[in-house]
Design a binder for this molecule. Structure first.
Ligand code: FES
Ligand code: FES
Length: 216
């Protein structure tokens, strides 16, 4: 059966909103089955012999619960369980930044986070940045500055840039600014703060230009 179209959140209806995925059998996964019963959901069903935990999250504004194998990273939960393929799996080792999302407003590498540690968190992926048809200012700036080629890194760049600007606004220091000086978002400052996000197409000058434009 064809699934319902994804809304503004990017999450297909029925995959996350208000659902509590049941376990199909016994074992340790039963610890998370004290919710309304229902049939196993195909690939969403958890092996009953594998420890699993129900994790309540708010993703792109949509609240819901996922029953997850305890070893599931946030990146895999987003991509494989919710169909949010904006966050990319580049290295899966915290080295490229392609998986960057915002967790409670802070940028994080989703490949390094176990989803079970994030109960109650607000997660924003690139799919949740636009306001309807209105792009986030950084998305528009990336277009205006031609700040991508293949686009593989772009979702991570965007989320990371939002986090970086928030960190700078909060006065977080960086190596580009001498101690005691207020950071100004110069090219060097933006490059330093965005250095965790690699771009194999080397669109770096354009990315810096886009971020600086939004920084004002
Ligand atoms: S995939 Fe997470 S940092 Fe590369
Ligand atoms: S645009 Fe291709 S990796 Fe960045």
């Amino acid at each position: 059966m064809k699934s319902a179209p994804a809304g503004r959140s990017g999450i297909s209806a029925g995959r996350f909103r208000h659902i509590s995925l049941p376990c199909s059998g016994g074992g340790t996964a039963r610890q998370a089955t004290d919710r309304p019963a229902g049939p196993p959901r195909g690939s969403d069903a958890v092996d009953p012999d594998i420890p699993a935990t129900a994790v309540a999250l708010r993703i792109n504004g949509v609240p819901g619960t996922l029953l997850l194998d305890n070893r599931t990273t946030l990146l895999d939960a987003l991509r494989e369980r919710l169909g949010l393929t904006g966050p990319k799996k580049g290295c899966d080792h915290g080295q490229c930044g392609a998986c960057t999302v915002l967790v409670d407003g802070r940028r994080m590498n989703a490949c390094l986070l176990l989803a079970v540690t994030l109960g109650g968190a607000e997660v924003t992926t690139v799919e949740g940045l636009a306001d309807g048809d209105e792009l986030h200012p950084l998305q528009q700036a990336f277009i205006d500055h031609d700040a991508f080629q293949c686009g593989f890194c772009t979702s991570g760049q965007l989320c990371s840039a939002i986090g970086a600007l928030a960190e700078a606004a909060d006065g977080w220091p960086s190596h580009a600014t001498p101690p005691g000086e207020a950071p100004s978002l110069s090219d060097a400052e933006v490059r330093e703060r965005m250095s965790g996000n690699l771009c194999r197409c080397a669109a770096y000058p354009n990315i810096v230009g886009a971020v600086r434009e939004v920084a004002g």
